[in-house]
Design a protein around this ligand. Sequence first.
Ligand code: AMP
Length: 223
Amino acid sequence: MVTRALDVVLLGPPGAGKGTQAKRLASTLSLLHISTGDLLREEVAKNTPLGQEAASYMQRGELVPDDLVAKMLLARLHTQQGLGGCVFDGYPRTQAQADLLDQLLAELGRRVDVAVYLEVPDEEVVARLGGRRWCPQCGAVYHVRTQPPAREGVCDVCGSELVVREDDREEVIRQRLAVYRSHTEPLLALYAQRGVLQRVDGLGTVEAIFARLKEAVKGSVAR
Ligand code: AMP
């Protein structure tokens, strides 16, 4: 039971399982799940001006400019459900984004309480993302090997045809990993310095990883 706002940042390379774990964590702790990747994909699907601008960066595996992402984040952060705290998934990805998040949370009398690093080696990232299938209609995520839908190529939730995300092609995966190493990995040191970083082994079943994640979050909040 969360009695005051709790804000959790999930860090890790693309394919670490941040989305899956963030959703579960948010639902278990009654927090708002904010995935900037999901928000961007929604904008692209709706073909909004923001989506049109973001799409080319995303297809290349590059970061969408900070100001575009910030706009979306702000709108989402100030929703009613966000008051109990949030699980930030895919944000921050740069030092500037980390600074902005600190500022936005401070304005709400909050801070990053725990930053979890989901550790997964590069080879595993490539294997996971290469087999990932996505429902463009409802956003559900599958994996051909580890989490296949009941009917091949069809979404269990809404029956739509599953696709490979444009940015899950191998050359784009390599680019996303390189961007992660250069821009996002340095944030680990930032949160470690503040004493809020928790490392969680991102290998194993979804359940096993979630159990470790919950322990890490509970442990750091209890301190
Ligand atoms: P994700 O689903 O988190 O892997 O994000 C997919 C893509 O959306 C990334 O490769 C980036 O192009 C873009 N993106 C998501 N979150 C951010 C962010 N915080 N800053 C910049 N670009 C982002």
